[in-house]
Design a protein around this ligand. Sequence first.
Ligand SMILES: [Zn+2]
Ligand SMILES: [Zn+2]
Length: 241
Amino acid sequence: MKIVNIDKDKLKELYIDKKLSSIKCAYILNCCIATVIKRLRIYNIPVRSISEANKGNVGYWTGKHLSKEHIKNSSEGLKGRVVWNKGFKGCQTHSEETKRKMSKSLNTWYKNNSEEMKRERIRGIINPSIETRKKLSEAKTGERSSQWKGGISPLNYEIRQSNEYNEWRNNVYQRDYWHCQICGKHCGNKDIIAHHIKSFSEYPNLRFKISNGITLCRNCHAKIHHHNGSFVSKGELAICL
Ligand SMILES: [Zn+2]
Ligand SMILES: [Zn+2]
């Protein structure tokens, strides 16, 4: 984490006099919320409890609107894309036959490749599903590879089970002190999510960058992913704190 010099008086003025939340202070001081909280402790400024902080508080997004240009850009970026959950109700399920095929091809891949290749696959450096996609699109005429989503989820599942991913998640939580960075709530085990600011699937090389993660509660996480009634998982979601 980079060391930020924060002036005690400036912090006091924002946090005590102006009664700004630690999130807003972090925003103004151009550092992360964890730094603000740490500095408050160092300077012996009493940190407000969550219930105190929430008193008369308005939500982070209240009164804030995405600029017209931003909406235009993101809707243009999403044009023509197939939403990942299109056609699925609830959880995505595969038929028994597909599951069997997927685990077979995964097993074969694992048997035939070195430890280094496995690690690279998890880090997103190599993506064997591209090859699978090619074969499938050749076999099924008219099916474009970009519409093929079936090869992705086993890999994602695999990554999300990996030690590296677990470590990344814990580091993100630790940096944010297990507090949702939108509503400021302290999150318990079942309510906490490490969200990728730049999307997991589109920026594989940022998957394990702590700076690309942010701690959110389930509620706020659902809110940022649902835009105009549909799930947004692509690109960069607009949260800058
Ligand atoms: Zn929240
Ligand atoms: Zn997310």
